[in-house]
Structures are given as C-alpha cells and as structure tokens.
Unconditional design. Structure first.
Length: 319
C-alpha cells in the first residue's frame, strides 16, 4: 500500500487474501512473488491506517524470498469498539537476506492492531529452514502493540518447527496487550516439531487473564527475560515440560500450572497459588514482595530435599 493511505469501511469488512474471497474471508493466502504475501509499509514517508468501523479486518498472506507472511511498518489497524481482527501469515527464509522481517509469519514494526469486542486472532507460522532468527510473530520498533478492548478475547497461535522463536518483542514498548487499554483474556498457543522454547513476550493485561498452552514439542515455558503483567489468573499447560518464570519481571494475581516438570516462579507481588501439578523435578514458587496465598493442591513426585520451596517476600528484609 502507498504511504499515507487510509482505508475506512464504516462497518463493512476489509478482506485481503487469495483464492476465492467473500466478505467473510478468502479460500487461500495472498502469495507474494519475491515479497511478503501482504505488505503494508509506508517506507518512512507517511503512516498507513486501516479502520473497519466495527467491521472485521481479515488478512491471510504467504511470503517468498526471505519475507514475512504479513508485513506491517508504520501501520495502524483498528476495528472499532465492536469489530474483530483476524491475521494469518506464513514466512519465507532466505539465507542471503539480512532484513529484520526475514522468515517471520507476522511482522509488526512501529505498528499497532486494536480490535474491539469481536476479538482478535493472530496466527503466525515461521519459515522452514532451521534458523534461530525466524519468529512466528515479531513486534519491533519499541512501539508495536496488538490488543483488544471492550472485553474482546485475543487468541494467538505461534508455530515454529525449528530453533527460532514463537513471539518476539524487541523492546519494552513492544507487547501483546496494552498497559491501560487491554480488557479481554489472552490465550497463547505454542507449537513446534523442533526445539523452540516457549519464551513469553512482553505482555500487559490489566483487566483479564492469560492462558498459555505448550503444544507439540515446545521446550518448556519461560518468561523470555521479558515483562508480563497480568491482573487476573495465569493458567499454564506445560505439556510435561518445565516452567521457568524467574528471569524477567513476571507478575500475576493468581497462578495455576498443569502437566509440568520443574517449576520455578518468582512473582512481582502478592500471589494466589491455585492448583500446581509438577512431576519428578522440584517446585519453587516465590514473591518478590507480598504474601503467598494457597488455594489449591501442589503436587510433585520429587523426593529431593528441596522438592517444594515456598517463599513469600524474598526481596523483603527480615524484621
């Protein structure tokens, strides 16, 4: 799309894809010959906006030649207070390309997507090729945010079958959710046939819950060294792998974990601990400040001396 472009549908749906298309969507992806499947990039000349005015924004793109399935730069998507957004992208990797969007499924640079009560669905598929640089979804530029308002649910499915990453947030200003405006539940589904670790991106949800599902062979769930702030409950299905939420800044109101092995959690504030189901490895749950309140069973089959550690206010001086 040309720089400075604005598309407004005043309640109608905006659909971009390939194959046979209707107002509800398309039968196939838009395929980019030597480019992104769908590219909305102003080339630094003037921002682009797409507003469906309570309708649906629907896009499906598949890249070639080292590009992202859907590529946004200096773009704003907004479906209004009642609308929805559905984006699906498959990346293509080129070893000769040094571009920051190389191989990503969905690529946002200095861009945002805001959906209303209709919710948001993001599906990113990283390129084949075994490269650690490819991401299913990439948010970059220190200002890229995707979020829902008016209690709209957000579902994010990230697939990377090699050693890259699921969802990358480059800087503190790039995130899933919004520190003040996000108001619906967020669900993350991670899937890999390779060795990709489920590192969480920056996430802000001041009025909802977070659910994380480690599917297929995901190599555990970690905080990725990023910041996650969830006002409600964080629920994690670890798929018989580890959970490590102690290297970044993780804060949630309530935590439940199922199908885990080793569990290490350090919460930023007071924490209510629901059901925790570990395996043969130790479990350690702490708060930096504030109380630990136990409301569910904590299960482990570890027989080590440190099989279970609970520590409230670990950063608070005694007395």
């Amino acid at each position: 799309m040309e720089y400075g472009t604005s598309i407004k549908s005043n309640g109608g749906n905006i659909v971009m894809g390939g194959g046979s298309c209707t107002s509800a969507g398309c039968s196939a992806a838009a395929y980019g010959t030597g480019s992104a499947g769908i590219k909305i990039d102003d080339n630094d000349w003037g921002a682009i906006s797409i507003n469906s005015g309570n309708g649906t924004i629907w896009m499906w793109g598949s890249a070639s030649a080292g590009n992202a399935g859907i590529h946004f730069k200096n773009a704003t998507l907004n479906s209004g207070t009642a609308g929805s957004i559905n984006l699906k992208g498959s990346g293509s990797f080129d070893a000769g390309s040094g571009q920051d969007y190389n191989g990503h499924g969905l690529f946002f640079k200095n861009s945002s997507a805001t959906a209303g009560s209709g919710g948001m669905t993001l599906t990113g598929i990283a390129a084949d090729g075994g490269m650690t640089s490819t991401k299913a979804i990439s948010l970059t530029g220190d200002g890229s945010k995707v979020y829902t308002t008016n209690s709209g649910a957000m579902t994010v499915t990230a697939t990377n079958d090699y050693a890259g990453g699921f969802i990358a947030t480059e800087s503190s200003g790039d995130m899933l959710g919004h520190a003040t405006l996000q108001s619906g539940n967020i669900t993350l589904n991670f899937s890999t046939a390779g060795t990709t670790t489920g590192g969480l991106p920056n996430i802000a949800n001041p009025a909802g819950n977070l659910t994380v599902n480690a599917q297929a062979s995901t190599q555990g769930i970690s905080d990725g060294g990023n910041t996650q702030t969830i006002s409600g409950t964080t629920t994690i299905d670890a798929n018989n792998l580890s959970v490590s939420l102690n290297n970044g800044n993780f804060t949630t109101g309530t935590l439940t974990i199922s199908n885990a092995r080793a569990i290490e959690v350090t919460n930023g504030g007071a924490l209510t601990v629901g059901a925790i189901a570990g395996g043969t490895d130790p479990i350690s749950i702490s708060t930096k400040t504030g109380n630990l309140t136990l409301t569910g069973a904590i299960e482990t089959t570890s027989n080590s001396n440190d099989a279970l550690i609970l520590n409230a206010g670990k950063n608070t001086a005694a007395g």
